[in-house]
Design a protein around this ligand. Structure first.
Ligand code: SAM
Length: 269
């Protein structure tokens, strides 16, 4: 399908009669409908998001001597473009062809050409060739996998896409805090600014359903699996990563209850 055809795809989100029962890895391509993605891109200022993240990811990659990066959760291209601009060699993967078309266009507008591959993480190495110094899976993306077998399969695919001493950088929301203590309104998406509020509508051990309300009145949802931090670390070690360092909101030392996001840096060596 040509990118233009994706741009015509204008569906609304449909979670059926009982949205809290929608708990499947395969729903992600239908969740990111055009309206949601466009709104997100329009309202989240890339510059502001860059400033909130600082150089954290670039410094991590440089510290590990990384040159080739596989961005497996490209989305609308934020990290791929940032890393291209910082001089890394980047290949951009997403399971959603619409996201890739959007990312390609975003990069083009910034004078960059993205090398895109449409692939689902569970069968990543069927479609992606070569080995990378780093795999990045950012923006709370791994949370889309609902089945433990899918999580193991995806991590094993990330592992084998890496060179012998490669690193995986994967982030996630602090779901432990939500599951154990409820949601506090001071915990916002760190890059949302004032134009989007992202709040959980339903949280249990198997589902975190978030509502995204935009300042123009539009409302979207995402159903996600609430990954506990130590569970994610454990899975990474089980598929073979030798060391996993976890940062809270980009800091090495943090109070367990405070961070909004955790970033795991898992090394094969
Ligand atoms: N990293 C980007 C960011 O931070 O802006 C985008 C993150 S977005 C929350 C998650 C992305 O992961 C979506 O573009 C979605 O299509 C992709 N995704 C989710 N599950 C996937 C899977 N099983 N295989 C490939 N891509 C997947």
């Amino acid at each position: 399908m040509a990118p233009d055809e994706f741009l015509l795809e204008y569906k609304s989100q449909d979670y059926g009669t009982d949205p809290t029962e929608v708990r499947s890895t395969d729903t992600y391509t239908d969740e990111y409908v055009r309206g949601f993605v466009e709104k997100w891109d329009e309202l989240i200022d890339w510059q502001q998001r860059w400033e909130s993240e600082g150089d954290f990811f670039i410094e991590q990659l440089k510290a590990h001597g990384v040159k080739r990066v596989l961005d497996v959760a490209t989305g609308t291209g934020f990290h791929s473009v940032r890393l291209l601009e910082a001089g890394f060699d980047v290949v951009s993967v997403d399971g959603s062809p619409y996201m890739l078309a959007r990312a390609f266009e975003n990069a083009r507008q910034r004078g960059r050409v993205l090398r895109t591959v449409q692939a689902d993480w569970r069968w990543l190495n069927q479609d992606v060739y070569g080995r990378f110094d780093a795999v990045i899976c950012l923006g709370n993306s791994f949370t889309h996998l609902f089945d433990e077998r899918d999580r193991r399969k995806a991590l094993a695919e990330f592992y084998s896409a890496l060179v012998h001493d490669g690193v995986l950088i994967l982030d996630q929301r602090n779901y432990d805090e939500m599951l154990d203590h409820g949601f506090s309104s001071k915990h916002k998406y760190y890059y949302c600014g004032e134009k989007v509020s992202a709040e959980p509508e339903h949280v249990d051990e198997g589902l975190a359903r978030f509502q995204y309300s935009f300042d123009d009145g539009s409302v979207y949802h995402l159903n996600m699996f609430p990954l506990r931090k130590d569970y994610t670390r454990h899975l990474m070690q089980e598929v073979g990563f030798q060391s996993v360092s976890t940062y809270g909101d980009f800091q090495e030392t943090y109070h367990e209850r405070e961070p909004d996001f955790f970033v795991h840096v898992a090394s094969k060596k």
